[in-house]
Write a protein that binds this ligand. Sequence first.
Ligand SMILES: Cc1ncc(COP(=O)(O)O)c(C=O)c1O
Length: 420
Amino acid sequence: MSPKIKFDKWTDLYAKRTVALRSSAIRDLFIVASRPDIISFAGGMPDTRSLPMEMIAEATKKVLRKEGAAALQYGSSEGHPGLRECILKLLAEDDIHTDLDDIIITDGGQQALDLLGKIFIDPNDTIIVEGPSYVGAIQAFSGYQANMISVPLDENGLSIDSLSQTLGDLKKRNQKAKFIYLVPSFSNPAGVTLSPERREALLKITKKHDLLVIEDDPYSRLKFGGGKIPTLRSMDDSLIYMGTFSKIFSPGMRLGWITAPKPIIEKLNFAKQASNLCSSSFTQRIVEEYFTNYPWQSYLEKQTALYKERRDIMLKSLEKFFPSDARWTKPEGGLFLWVTLPKFINTAELLAKSINEAKVAYVPGEAFFADGSGKNCMRLNFSYPNKEQVAEGIKRLGELIKSQTKLYKTFTGKLRLNND
Ligand SMILES: Cc1ncc(COP(=O)(O)O)c(C=O)c1O
């Protein structure tokens, strides 16, 4: 903002929905967390340093030589057919069978969330999200003035008992949620995965209550081992499934997709036209070329192995340096883990000290709840910092948290360490 403008004289002109528009805690942290003196566990970034730059340069050149004019032109709103073919193949590998026409390309998963909000949410509509949920989804849905109800998670993902209770309560009040949004595999922020039994149970209960399901799945291919877990969409073709190239390739390409039943795709297409006409014809073709003619799987495998190594170091360091009553999730894939600290620690208040003194950044837990809970929690990212930074950062953070605990003991005369 220009330093000369002190007051916002346009306040009366803004639409009411802008009241709910906030900057995300993660975007706010972006600048500080990218300072070279800070070890950042705050981002959600894949390690693009390990991508094959020469191959991507070659793929880009090929696109320009082969179909430069089209790549530099507007494209169709539903997306470049060649890239949708690639997506169709990726989906088939996950037992998701759909038509080319039932896929729409978006500017990453984030635009998919915004478009879904745009076509489904009227002010005060109730929707159900996980507690904690992806901060960008909370931000997108808040923009359409949704009334968000959080259903808690545990190590096995969304609590089906709590969901059942929530849906029952809504029914008693003659209300109905428009949809449930969830990240069932290696979730952001918690790093947990919905168990196969709960997947079955979720679909049973959503069917019973005629509740639309939105499955957001950026992370299922970033798996550290074990057997394949079926996507919800492979078990039920009436739901909405979102994917993205951001975590399996590059967020810089800004490309994701939605597959959904035809009438929903049609509405999304109209919303997309109004939003940005089409996604980049250029990056769509580069991604198509890379996913068709280059060994992207082997680079993704290498990256995933790197993330696993960093996760292992983070888990070991947490064990060693965090207070014994802190708890954390043990993700089997993805980019994040979730730490729960004793109740008296407020991670948002601790953040300034953590950045200024320990030189470590993380995202405070309350950013991931629509209702302001999660104050004693934090999200830690292990995909971007290197091994040494992970070990050192967790050590410093652990020491800071322990010093807070000591301080609390001094003030209160007691050490209330249990999570009461
Ligand atoms: C669960 C989830 N959905 C969507 C997104 C949006 O990512 P993008 O717009 O880069 O695809 C993210 C990014 O971190 C995410 O974690």
